[in-house]
Design a protein. Structure first.
Lengths: 344, 344
DNA sequence: CTGTTAGCGCGTTCAC
DNA sequence: GTGAACGCGCTAACAG
C-alpha cells in the first residue's frame, strides 16, 4: 500500500502538499497539483482512513447494534440507515447481538444479555464510532441497559429513558385499522392481541378502543382475546370468538403471524373470508401477500424508521443536540382481499 | 476519553508499562501491574482501537459487501458471518449496495452498478479491513466486477474467476427433491423453472434430470416450463401443465414464490393438494410454512454459507492461503403438507 | 500565495 | 521498568 510519503517522494513535494491537494485545504499551484494528482492516480493511492481518524478524531463511522438481523423488522431498518448514511458519507459498523439465538424470545430478560450489549458498546466505543443506533426487535423499554457513555446513541424499535428514540405510531395504526373496518360496516370487531405485557399490545389496544368509541361501536370485552403472537394462538382464539353466541364479523389480529391462524381456523370451521368474516393483520410481513385470501394489514414504516434514526443521530453528532422532535412515522393501511363489507 | 498517557501518569509508570500490562506482552511485577489495573478500572480506560490498528496494521475488521440486505437470503448469511466472526473477535463493516433499489432485478446489468461496487471496495480498503466478503442476491458469475486488490475477498451466493467462493450444492438439492417425489410414486413430475439464463435454474434442472434418469422415470420435455421466479408465472404455467392430456401428479417449482402460484392455480381449477397433486417449492422462505397447505420445500443453508465464508476468509488472512476446498453446504428437505403419495 | 518542516494523535515495541 | 521511534496523515508555524 502506497502511503502519502511515497506520493510525496515520487512527486517531489512534501507530504503537506499532497495532503493539501487531496483535501483542498489550501491552494496549490496548478502544475504541482497536476503532478501530484498524476502520481496519486498512477500509484492508486488511497489515504489510510485509520490514520486520518487518529488525527481528526472522527471516523465517519456509526455503530449499529442490531438485536437480531434475522428478525423481520431489522433488515429494512438497516437499509433505511444505509440509505441515509450513504448521503452523509457515513459508514456502518454492524454488531449483531443474535438475541433470538441467545435468549429466545424472552425479550424482557434484559439482564441475561446485558453483558453482550455492554461488550458490543465497548467494542464500538473502542473503534471510535461517532455515534450508535440501537435496533430492537420488539418495542420495549430498555432503560438502564446501556450505561450512559459520552457517545450519542439513538434507539429505534425500542426506547429508553432520557434517550432519543425513533418509533412509529402504534396507537394511531390500530386506530386507523379499526376505523377502516368500521367504515366497512363492521360493528362487532374481535381483537386477537399479542402478549399483554408488551407495549405494542397495549398501544394497539388503546388505538382500537379509541376508534371503537369514536365510531360509536358497542364495546364488548368478550371480543378481546389475548394471544401470544404465534399462529396457533390466532387459530385457537378465532375458534373461541366464532363460537360466541354473537360472533364478530371482523377480526383484527395484532400481527400477521396470528392472522395466519385466523385464516386457518376460518377455513376449518367453514367461515368464508371475507364474505362472512373480515380479517386484518398487522406488520405487512412479506408472506401476507401470499396467503389465501391475500391479507389486509398495516404496514410498519421500517425503512423510514431507519432513515429517521440516522438523521436524528446525525443531527446530534453534527449540531451537537438541537433535537427537534420529529413526527412519528406512520403505518400504512394495505388493503387486500381478506376484508370486505360487513355481512347482512 | 482517557488515553494511555493519562493512565501512565496516574499510575506513575511509563506508557510502555501500561501497554505491557494491557496486552500481557511482557512480564510486569505484580504490584505495578495491580496499580496500573486499578487506575485503568477507575478511569474506565479503553484502548483506542484506531491507534492500535495504525501501529499493528491489523484492524480485526472485515468488510461485508451485501448486494441488498433486504433480500431474503442476506440477513441469515450475515448472521452466519457474525456467528463465526464473533468467535474470532472480528468486527463487521457492512456496506449495503441496495442493488434492488438501484437496478431492480436486472442482476446481469453488472456494468450499471460497477461504480457502486468499486467505491464500496475503496471505502473498505481505505478503512483497512483485513478482508472482505461479498454477499450476492442471486447465484451468478461476477468475474471482473471487483478488480484484484491486495485484500483477500470471498464470494458467497455468487462467484468469480480465480476467487474463493462459497456456495451450496444446487444440483444435488434438486436431485434430492426429485428423488423424494419419485419415492412417493410420482412418475410424471412437472417442473416450473426460473429464468433460463440463471445459474440456479440450470443447476436445478440438471439435478432434476439426473434424478429422473437415476430413478428410471420417463422424461417428458412437455412437463418442463420456464417461469420468471414470480408468483404469476407459477400460476399460469400450472394451468398449462394441468391442461395437458396427461397432467403431472407432482410439480417442482424452483422457488417458493412460484410455488405460491402453483397452489393458487390448483385451488382455482379444483385440483386438491396433495391428494391430486403434490407441490414442492425451493428456498424454504419463511412464508412457506404459512401457506395452505404448508409447503414442502428445500431449505438453503444460508447460515452455513455465512459461517463458511467467514472461515474461509479467516484462513486466508491468518494462514495466508492454504485454501483446502471445503465441501459445499447442502440443502435440506423440509417435508410439510403439500406433498404426498402419487394418486391411483 | 506556494511550499516545507516538524509536531501531534495513541498505542506498540525495541534497545537500554 | 523506561525512553523514544514509529505507523500515516493533518496542520500550525515558518520561509521564500
Amino acid at each position: 500500500m502506497a502511503s502519502i510519503k511515497d506520493i510525496a517522494a515520487k512527486a517531489n513535494v512534501s507530504t503537506a502538499t499532497v495532503s493539501y491537494v487531496l483535501n483542498g485545504t489550501r491552494n496549490v499551484s496548478p502544475k504541482t497539483r497536476e503532478r501530484v494528482l498524476k502520481v496519486i492516480e498512477e500509484m492508486q493511492y488511497k489515504p489510510n482512513t485509520i490514520a486520518q481518524s487518529l488525527k481528526t478524531k472522527k471516523t465517519d463511522t456509526i455503530g449499529v447494534i442490531a438485536e437480531d438481523v434475522t428478525v423481520f423488522n431489522t433488515p429494512e431498518i438497516i437499509d433505511g440507515i444505509h440509505d441515509c448514511a450513504e448521503r452523509h458519507d457515513l459508514h456502518i459498523l454492524l454488531v449483531n447481538l443474535r438475541l433470538h439465538k441467545r435468549i429466545g424470545r424472552s425479550f424482557h430478560a434484559v439482564d441475561r444479555f446485558r453483558d453482550v450489549v455492554l461488550s458490543a458498546v465497548d467494542e464500538l466505543v473502542g473503534k471510535q464510532v461517532d455515534g450508535m443506533i440501537y435496533v430492537g426487535v420488539h418495542s420495549r423499554d430498555l432503560s438502564g441497559l446501556v450505561p450512559p457513555k459520552d457517545k450519542p446513541i439513538v434507539y429505534t424499535y425500542c426506547y429508553a429513558d432520557n434517550a432519543v428514540s425513533v418509533n412509529y405510531d402504534d396507537e394511531r395504526a390500530a386506530y386507523e385499522a379499526t376505523q377502516y373496518l368500521a367504515g366497512l360496516g363492521h360493528r362487532r370487531i374481535g381483537v386477537i392481541s399479542g402478549l399483554i405485557d408488551s407495549i405494542p399490545s397495549r398501544l394497539r389496544f388503546n388505538g382500537f378502543y379509541q376508534a371503537v368509541m369514536d365510531c360509536g361501536l358497542p364495546f364488548d370485552p368478550g371480543l378481546i382475546k389475548t394471544g401470544d403472537w404465534e399462529t396457533a394462538s390466532g387459530e385457537r382464539l378465532t375458534r373461541e370468538l366464532m363460537a360466541l353466541p354473537e360472533p364478530p364479523t371482523a377480526i383484527l389480529a395484532m400481527n400477521d403471524v396470528m392472522a395466519v391462524g385466523v385464516l386457518r381456523a376460518a377455513q376449518e370451521i367453514g367461515v368464508r373470508v371475507p364474505q362472512d368474516l373480515s380479517v386484518m393483520g398487522f406488520d405487512n410481513r412479506e408472506f401476507s401477500d401470499y396467503l389465501t385470501p391475500r391479507l389486509t394489514t398495516m404496514e410498519i414504516p421500517l425503512h423510514e424508521l431507519g432513515v429517521q434514526s440516522m438523521m436524528a443521530l446525525n443531527r446530534i453528532i453534527r449540531d451537537n443536540g438541537a433535537i427537534e422532535e420529529q413526527a412519528k412515522p406512520l403505518c400504512k393501511l394495505i388493503v387486500r382481499d381478506s376484508t370486505g363489507p360487513a355481512p347482512g
